[in-house]
Ligand binder design. Sequence first.
Ligand code: GLN
Length: 280
Amino acid sequence: MKVYEAVLAGAEMLKSVCENPRFESELFLAFTLDTDRRYIIINRDTDLKEEDLKHFFGLISERKKNIPYQYIVGKKCFMGLEFEVSPAVLIPRPETEILVEEVLKRLKPNSRFLDIGTGSGAIAVSIAKYSINSKGYAVDISNDALAIAKKNAKRNAVDGKIKFIKSDLYSSLPDEAEFDFIISNPPYIRSKDIEKLQEEVQKEPLIALDGGKDGLLFYRRIIKDAGKHLKADGYIAFEVGYNQAGEVKDLLKNANFFSLEVIKDLQGIDRVVIGKRELF
Ligand code: GLN
C-alpha cells in the first residue's frame, strides 16, 4: 500500500468521528513514520512497510472509538511548548493560553505563583517558562496527573522552578507558603451537563470536568481559603466556563477582591476572570 492509499483508507475510517478525517489521517501516518505532514504529502507514492501499516491502522482504530487524537499520540502543544498527555489529565485547551497570557502580563519579576488543579502542568510550566524568574507550587489531587505534570516540567526545563504537591486545593501546602498569584482552571462543568458533552470530551477525566451542581463549587472553595496563602496585594486568576464570568466575579467581589477584570477568548466568550485582593 502506498502513502496516499493509506491516508485515504484511514480518512474513510475516520469519517464518522472527526471533522477533518483526511487531515487527521495524514497526521497519524506522519506520527507512525516519525515524520511530519509535509513528508506525507510530498511522498504520496512511496510504498509502506507492513509493520508501519499495522501500526497506522491500529491508531486509526483507537481514534474510531472516539479517543481524542492527543491521547493516542500522547502529546499536545500549548503556549508553543510540548506537553505529554494521557487520559489521567485534561488535554490543554487553546482558551487556557489566554489565562496564561493574562497572568504573564501582570506577573512581576521574582513572583511566587500557585496553580491549583495543575493536571498536565500546562499552566504552571508555561508560567515558569515565560516569566522572569518566577517560581511556584502546582497542586493536584490526582497522583497520576502529578506524575505527568512533573515530566512536563522536566521536558520543558523548568523542574527547578515548580514544586509539585499532592493536595486537595490548599490542604497540603506548607502554612507559610504565600503567593502573588493564585491561578486555576478548575473543573467547571455542571454535573448534570457532563453527559451532554461530546463523546470525545467524555473520555477526559471526570474529576477535571465536574464542577458540582452549579459548576461553581471549586471557585467557591478556592476563593474562601485564598486569604491564607495570597499576599495582601495578590491576584486570583481563573478560567471560567460559558456564562460563568458574572457569577465568579460576584464571588470575588463578595470576598473583598477588587479591580475585577473579565477577558474574552477568541470566540468572544468571557473566559478569564481576574481579581486583586483588597489591601488592608
Ligand atoms: N474547557 C473544558 C471543556 O470545554 C472544561 C475544562 C474545565 O472544566 N475546566 O470541556
